[in-house]
Design a protein around this ligand. Structure first.
Ligand SMILES: Nc1nc2c(c(=O)[nH]1)N[C@H]1C(S)=C(S)[C@@H](COP(=O)(O)O)O[C@H]1N2
Ligand SMILES: [Mo]
Length: 402
């Protein structure tokens, strides 16, 4: 049973997510609230140039997108989530920006201006979901940013292929990984700089881009202006923002953000390898796992005059593509096929819809379950892992028709 207080609280949360009210608190106070009260604290706040988003922390800036924005094929730039590990985030000027390509695995180092990056390589566009590894971590009850469902966004990215940029530099036979660094840095010198690396093959994949546009506009500052990495299918930890350095390495990169953070137990998830970084027991996170989200209803929502209604949402995976989405309105007893909407390519999320014709008023337990083209489906319980990554358990919400 869901009690009335639960309904009121959740409904209020849902409304707040739709509106644009903002609660101004001293940053320190807000941080305390977030740290001690992760479930109830829905603090809406605006970063410059952004709509009100759900603030998880101000320093570094971690803001998630209210779920109602996901009820559209593409996530607006000014509502796109923001995730940083460090707090020193320079406002990069395009005239001053340089991209340095180097490393021992390259024969001729290269330095590019923004102008050269845009002019000297073929531009391509790709629809791809940017999903934080820790999205929905709050449902795991483990330490880390207590994300709800909004640390993700789908966008149309325009840029150039990393492989085209590297081609002119001559890649040595010894190359194993490609490291990526951005312009942001840590406040305290003892914190390790945020640097990631990719297996050489993934770096050279035709879909791996250095992007400078998002949904037809320059990247917003908070999403990596002037250029960021797009690694379609892989979780967003590799999607380096404010990209400044690409190094081709002949040894596995051994920085903190590869060796220690963003790792998962081996063989526990249906995602791919990262051979040069694996130990006997664990490995870096790689592809997204199959998942879905209901986008027009929240847990506890009251639905008035509900004779027939639509249940809508999105589904995604690591690039195989979505085969089907099934909906249950009776807590998992019977399942019905949802209709899949337009296909924007295998790295985009896929919108779906289901027409629900309820026979009575009252409470309904709604579930959505996606299956991809390899036959992987969402589990009913989250797959445990120490850092709370890859939460893809079937959603289970109660709505009340009145
Ligand atoms: N320079 C830089 N790039 C970064 C990060 C960062 O902290 N600094 N965080 C990564 C992580 S973990 C995520 S989830 C995405 C978030 O992208 P967004 O802020 O554009 O939504 O950026 C990635 N790229
Ligand atoms: Mo992330």
């Amino acid at each position: 049973m869901v009690d009335r207080r639960h309904f009121i609280k959740k409904a209020a949360g849902g409304l707040a997510a739709l509106g644009t009210w903002s609660l101004s608190l001293r940053p320190g106070l807000a941080a305390d609230l977030v740290a001690t009260d992760t479930e109830a604290a829905t603090i809406m706040d605006k970063l410059p140039g952004k709509k009100a988003l759900i603030k998880k922390s101000f320093r570094p800036p971690n803001y998630e997108t209210p779920v109602n924005y996901f009820d559209a094929p593409f996530t607006p730039n000014d509502a796109f989530f923001v995730r940083y590990h460090h707090s020193v985030i320079p406002e990069v000027k395009t005239e001053e920006w340089r991209l340095r390509i180097g490393g021992e695995g390259i024969r001729t180092p290269l330095e590019l201006t923004f102008e050269q990056l845009r002019r000297d390589f073929k531009q391509v566009e790709i629809a791809a979901l940017c999903l934080c590894s820790g999205n929905r971590r709050s449902l795991f009850h483990v330490p880390g940013v207590q994300w709800g469902s909004g640390a993700m966004g789908n966008a149309l990215w325009r840029g150039v292929r990393l492989k085209d940029v590297l081609a002119g530099c001559g890649i040595d036979k010894s190359a194993v990984e490609v490291s990526l660094d951005g312009a942001d840095s840590a406040m305290h010198k003892t914190s390790p700089d945020f640097v990631k690396s990719l297996p050489l093959a993934k770096a050279l994949d035709k879909n791996t881009l250095i992007a400078f546009e998002m949904n037809g506009e320059p990247l917003p500052h908070w999403n990596g202006f002037p250029a960021r990495m797009i690694i379609p299918g892989w979780t967003a930890t590799y999607w380096m923002k404010h990209l400044t350095a690409v190094n081709v390495l002949s040894k596995p990169f051994d920085g903190f953000w590869m060796k220690t953070a963003y790792r998962i137990p081996k063989a526990r998830f249906a995602s791919g390898q990262f051979n040069s970084q694996e130990t006997l027991t664990n490995m870096p996170i790689t592809e997204m796992v199959v998942n879905s989200l209901i986008t027009n209803l929240v847990d506890g929502q009251l639905v008035p005059n509900a004779k027939s209604m639509e249940i809508r949402g999105v589904a995604w995976d690591g690039g195989e593509g979505i085969a089907r989405v099934e909906i249950s309105t009776d807590g998992g007893v019977r399942w019905h096929h949802a209709a899949l909407k337009q296909d924007y390519g295998r790295f985009s999320w896929r919108q779906w819809r289901y027409d629900f014709e309820p026979k009575r008023l009252g409470e309904y337990r709604i579930m959505a379950r996606a299956t991809n083209k390899s036959g992987d489906s969402q589990p009913f319980k989250p797959i445990p892992n120490p850092s709370g990554y890859h939460h893809n358990a079937v959603q289970n919400i109660v709505i009340k028709l009145t």
